[in-house]
Design a protein around this ligand. Sequence first.
Ligand code: ADP
Length: 486
Amino acid sequence: MIQKMSQVPTQLFIDGKWVDGGQEAVPVKNPANGETLAEVSQGAEEETQQAIAAAKRAFPLWSKKAPSERAQLMNKIADMIEEEADRLATIMTLEQGKPLKESRAEVLTDVENFRWNAAEGQRIYGEIVPAPYDHHWLVRKQAVGVVAAITPWNFPSNMIARKIAPALAAGCTLVMKPSKETPLSALALVDIFDRAGMPEGVVNIVLGSSKVIGKVLTDSDDVRKLTFTGSTKTGQLLYEQCAATLKHISLELGGHAPFIVFEDADIPSAAENLLAAKFRNNGQVCTAPNRIFLHKTIKEEFTQVLLDKISSITVGNGLDDPDIGPVINEDGLKKIEEQLEDASNKGARVLYGGSRLTKRPYADGTFFEPTILDGVTNDMQIYYEETFGPVIPLIEFTDVDEVIAAANDTEFGLASYFFSQDLQTISKVARELDYGMVGVNEMAISNPAVPFGGVKHSGFGRENGKYGVEEYIDVKFIDINTQLEK
Ligand code: ADP
């Protein structure tokens, strides 16, 4: 294991070189046992300015390359990530905690992101608009320029890949700032870019205080686009900070997904899907089902199926590939406990689980039991606040319009899910849910080909698919007058 970690760089990557930052290094901890995995170098204003300058210098070269040439390098990167998937997955599990099979699946999604965008980058077509005979009206699609990418810890590799791949395909260069909890997955990816032969300055990574680095990135006029995934609060702050330089911005923020089971649903399938989606990454997912609305006629049956199945969910060190690993840190645990305490004080009942795990082998990590909470109502924090943990809160409903109103009664609008076999219900509910994504009898709503993103306080802009590439493009109109003076 130590050998695996020793292969991961721990420095900043600026202008094609690994460099030490001027600040004191910080440790990266394993949430499964509290062990220090590595000490990672830290920078601040100066290093961020250097990274922006490097990305600015690299932009004309990278954006003028033939799309096929960019695609060739991106496909090489995809192949290398695929070949090294096991090593990258181990690094991710060690620093983030998720089960190895989930880490591996995330890394393989990176591969798809790179391949999909390598192809799409060669299809960024412009337009020829009908014009008077002696004019050519051309619409060109051009890369926006230098991009800043700030990413969170819950998907430490794929949140980067799904930003970098379309940006590179469009011809942009980047400065990245990963989360302090999970810098190693980001550094391991950048190491692959370096070994694949990425020209210097095209991708840079800075580590350090997010406030300081974020301010330099947002204040810089040389950075023309910010792409951010993280909390709504930080997204709002960054949006404000980008106003002065009028940057392009995409924000993928919090979610609080409703999951509705109608009376005509396939109950076993709905229950199985719920457990798989809820416990993926320990519920630390912005699209996780967080408010479970059950029709009163099937509530008892559905709850029983959940109770029958939940006891077989295993919790442990991600390296042993259990169903659930640790929560990211102590703050994460405290937030789950607070929500549960508040709900219990207001009349909710814990049907299963409900506590952090403190005995061996869990003692040195941040583990929480899979939990089912019944009788959740809209006076409880858990009803409105994003839950980032393995908690299933059950809410009863009786009528379609009532449940649509309840599902939409949130500031968030990222993912939503419902299970029904009735065509009229499917058609009505899919249209009326105020969300960027709706899964109908399906929870796997994210893949590199389809648009991912939210409405309301879940942000704006889309990742993945052709929409993902468009986020990195400016439209330029060129009018060529061919009527020459005699
Ligand atoms: P989370 O709760 O998922 O950590 P955050 O929004 O706090 O959500 O963090 C997401 C990313 O944003 C991380 O990389 C974090 O370091 C970064 N971040 C947090 N605060 C700021 C800030 N003020 N400016 C720039 N980046 C920030």
